[in-house]
Design a protein around this ligand. Sequence first.
Ligand SMILES: Cc1ncc(COP(=O)(O)O)c(C=O)c1O
Length: 1022
Amino acid sequence: MKNNMPELERPAFSEQEAVLLLEENYGLCCTLEELPGERDRNYLAKEHNGESYVLKISNSCETLEFLQVQNDALDRSAKLLEQGRIPKVFPAKNGEPLSSIMSKDGSHHWMRLVYYVDGMPMAEYRPHTGEFLRELGRMCGTVTKALHEIPAPPPSHTLLWEMHNVQKTLHEYMPWIKDEKLLGWVKKSLDLYSRTIEPLESKLRRGWIHNDFNDYNVLAVPKISGNPDLGLIDFGDMTHSYLAAEPAVACAYAMLDKPDPLEAAALLIRGFHQHFPLEEKELEILFPMIMMRLCLSLTLGAFQQQNDPENEYLGISQKPARELLEQLQEVNPRYAHYLFRDACNLEACPASFEFRNWYQNAEGSFHGLLGEALNSENTAVLDLSVGSFLSAKTEGVSLEKQQNILDEYLLEKNAEFGVGKYTEARSFYASKEFLNNSIDGEEKRTIHLGIDVFAPSGTSIHAPIDGVVHQLQDNHNELDYGPTVILRHKFTDGPEFYTLYGHLDGECLKQLQIGQVIKGGMPLAKIGNSSENGGWLPHVHFQIILDLFDYDGNYPGVALPSRKKVWCSICPDPGMMLGLGSESTAEEIDYGQLLNSRRNVFGPSLSLTYQDPLIIVRGQAQSLIDFKGQFYLDCVNNVAHVGHSHPDIAKAQSNQAYVLNTNTRYLNPVNIEYAERLCALFPESLDTCFLVCSGSEANELAMRIAGTVSGQKDMIVLEEAYHGNTKANIDISPYKHDGPGGKGAPEWVHEIPMPYLYRGLYRDPETAGKLYADKVEKICEKLFGQGKKPAAFICESMLGCGGHVPLPDGFLKQSYQHVRQHGGLCIADEVQVGFGRAGKHFWSFELQDVVPDIVTLGKPIGNGHPLGAVITTRKIANAFANGMEYFNTFGGNHVSCTVGMAVLDIMENEGLRQNALETGNWLKEKLEALKESFPLIGDVRGEGFFLGVELVLDPETREPAPLQADYVVERMKSRKILLSTEGPGHNVLKFKPPMVFNQRDAQHLLAELEQVLVESPLLQKR
Ligand SMILES: Cc1ncc(COP(=O)(O)O)c(C=O)c1O
């Protein structure tokens, strides 16, 4: 975006001459590579020992004084910034930082050598996360702190890019702009700047600044964990100007190509302010200054284009700046100002001070919104927050049902009216108008800025205070306000402000007139019905507004959680005006406090996912929803098999809980029917069922059965296997007993290598199944040699903790043969991979064409409800019945069995196995295609909705890339997609979503993954 103005002759030195100069003046022997330079001659100089420098031969017009200011700036910045982030001066042999040299043509130049600053231009670095932008701001603030007090007089001549001359410069070059639209924007921006700067000009702080924090002067060293290291180069445009111009210039570049440029600027300013506090008047001019820098760049660009019409690149390089300037035309400068104030921890809307004073004094003087007072006698405050039962129950059902639920609730509370809270985070703003493409991923507007009063349609609405009708509009879109009235208020002892009344009866739009005076207490309108109010239950949305900006008849009633503070400053709490107490204001969960409470009450061995754990308060189908109403696409929770919080399951569970929930000691059709339905899903011989409460219990029982039936104890297991959390399960789980804190396998547990085609001992798919099964045989023979037999061989039918590994062909068949020949039983652990997840079959052991002796079930079969099962043959069950009773207090209880049946019904009714097959296959194919473009992806494997993507540092060596896998997981989380890692190398992205994950979700996942895979930390050389 930056332009070179005007053209200057660059110093006449050849590469050979520069080599000699380096040797003579610095005693360095280097190879040189010329770097671009606008008016100077620059070389990258590399010493044989790896050290790199930049040799700068300045243009003959540069004065010693100015170069000394630059050196001073480099020294001062280097002291405040981390080493290597600024080009530090390397003095000549004579100790001088600047050396005087002469070119062949006799002109005199100053020469300087600086250490090379590592990194790629910020313009090419991705991603520019919120933390990246704050860090950029912090660096910019630090540099401003270092430079501004340099005790040198301002330059004696005017420089082209100086903010204090911007009006003059623009007027001079504007005639070159041929693009009428652009010219219009520049004029409008100039006008804004002139109006804002006029009262401030003499009060703004001035000093030395870098003045060119552009996206090619900021360098970033990508890092796989943590923020990149940022550096800054090119102090050649330093000048003495407004200090606020420094962050303004940095913002203008940081805002380019951003989904939400204002947010980018606010993040930068937040960081800047931490290191160099901005004054209130500087914040006022910041947005107009950003506009000025963009205009300057585009105007000078237009000038250059006229002088170099053939140069197509000029136009291309200006495109992002032009797009940004166009985008910013839509921004109300006051809104930007408030945002920037908030970024500096100031009250966002300055008018709120005056309003608060007036409001407090006016307490008790307001008329009732419904003509009568809202009080604890007639009003119930509703919890409509994301995690509330009322929201969960009313979302996705008809308005009639919603009304019934609300009426029932109000009846229970003996209340006439319901009140929806101010600043409540809600999940039901479902249309795309509520979505914002924010810097750290998509963000949904969820924070309610008004108060809702639920009352029957036709209820009269009265003005709480005197006012004038200011705007009237029918906002008829779905989920909008419907008929809306905005009143303007102005009292002698307070500021001007507005009140908004939404979801009204359309009549008021005909009866009221703009400018009409409304007395406090006067009827204004009536509550509208659902057919005209945007499709909501009848209620009025009431909101106070201190700044209407440019909105006309419509106004945001819901804010982004990240902008809650700003919007609460602009739209204060209307509770008092409605006569309500603090209970009508929502309380937000305190993240830090919750984290501490958890740490205090739970043991530390219970871990949380993600660097910044999520507060999840609700589940819905394939989504988990956080406390701010943000939806996360869940790609890992296979427990919520038919989808989170499925209403049919909630209903079945609740209904049965009303009736009976007891143990299996009584005859009752519920648990018998469930057991029969489960058994019917298996091959014929597996016809007997034990109901338990978890996968761990299922495996415990399976071990007990095997031990009783075989009279043996020894177990054969797979490396990296996990079978549960109890003591015996840890004993048979190498993933645990060979992992951190583990004490290895007990002597009765025998482990074979993981049958892992991609990185295991045997990798040839033709022979691997047999070779791994031979390992099972070897253990059987060893036991035989010791006079023992295996009690059982336990194996997942696809390996979960091993890294989502499908078994090689023939492995189970041959292993089962060996085990059975030696008298042992074969247990298939289908806790993770059963129940249709594999798509092709209902059970994953079917992929291997075997029939186990015992199958253990858990996780998905209760869809989150604690339910598990052991399925075996009648013969084995009979042999297990040796007199010792098997009793399980909760296993087979009626509520759990009812839930289990509801899961089976949903599986069938919604065709979920077929979905796993079709969507899973499609996704696997696409992921495999990605492998071609990204060598980081070493292997894509699995079946249906049980897939693994193994990341490797090098496709040849297949060395695991765990840091890269963690990076992907964290970045996908910020894009609101939940994934996690698995496998011995912690490098496999695991995918096992609820079975309702659909084609659109798969496309979304892929698109987001592709975006992350091209980010700089993943593309850097490994
Ligand atoms: C394969 C396998 N078996 C058994 C279990 C134990 O199940 P639960 O946690 O329900 O006790 C797990 C749990 O992750 C598992 O992955």
